[in-house]
Write a protein that binds this ligand. Structure first.
Ligand SMILES: [Zn+2]
Ligand SMILES: [Zn+2]
Length: 159
C-alpha cells in the first residue's frame, strides 16, 4: 500500500510504501517516525490512520477534482477553437469526447482511503469495500476538533 501524508513535524508532503511487514513510517526529510502497531493493519487494510492514529477513514475514488475540472476545461477550450474555425460538428465532438474521457477516468479510478483528521491518503489496498464512504457528520466532528486545537494553540502562544 502507498500512503501520502503531510509530515506532522516538517509539514512536507511525503509518500511512503507500507507493507504488512513494515514496522514504522518515517519522513525522509526530518526523520519523524511513527511506529506501526499490531492493531494498525488488518492484513493490508489500515484500521486507523498510520500518520496520526485517527480511527476514522473514509473511502473514495482516487480521482483528483482538479484533474477532472482540467480535462473538461481543456475540452471546452478546444471546442471553442473549433467553433471559431466554423466547425460546429467537430466542436460538439470534442466536447463529447472530453466529457466521456472524464467519465471513464472516474469509473476506472480505484478507491483510496482518506483520514478524517489529517487527510492522509492510502492507495493500492485490496478489499476496501468494507470501509464506509464519506460521512459529513464524522467530518464535522473532526473539523470542530481542528478548530478547537487551533484556538488552544493560539491561546498558549507567546504574545
Ligand atoms: Zn518530516
Ligand atoms: Zn490521519
Amino acid at each position: 500500500m502507498q500512503i501520502t501524508y503531510d509530515c506532522p513535524k516538517c509539514l512536507q508532503p511525503e509518500r511512503s510504501e507500507v507493507t504488512a511487514a513494515s514496522q514504522a513510517i518515517m519522513c525522509p526529510d526530518c526523520q519523524w517516525t511513527r511506529p506501526i502497531g499490531e492493531g494498525d493493519l488488518q492484513g493490508e487494510l489500515p484500521t486507523r490512520c498510520l500518520a496520526c492514529g485517527c480511527q476514522d477513514l473514509w473511502r473514495q475514488k482516487d480521482f483528483s477534482q482538479t484533474l477532472g475540472v482540467a480535462i473538461v476545461a481543456l475540452g471546452v477550450v478546444l471546442s471553442t477553437v473549433a467553433m471559431a474555425y466554423m466547425q460546429p460538428e467537430l466542436s460538439l465532438g470534442i466536447l463529447m469526447v472530453f466529457a466521456l474521457a472524464d467519465m471513464i477516468l472516474f469509473v476506472v479510478m480505484r478507491d483510496c482511503l482518506v483520514c478524517y483528521r489529517c487527510h492522509a491518503r492510502f492507495r493500492r489496498i485490496p478489499n476496501l469495500e468494507q470501509v464506509g464512504a464519506f460521512d459529513l457528520e464524522v467530518n464535522e466532528r473532526y473539523r470542530q476538533e481542528a478548530i478547537r486545537l487551533k484556538q488552544a494553540e493560539q491561546s498558549v502562544a507567546p504574545r
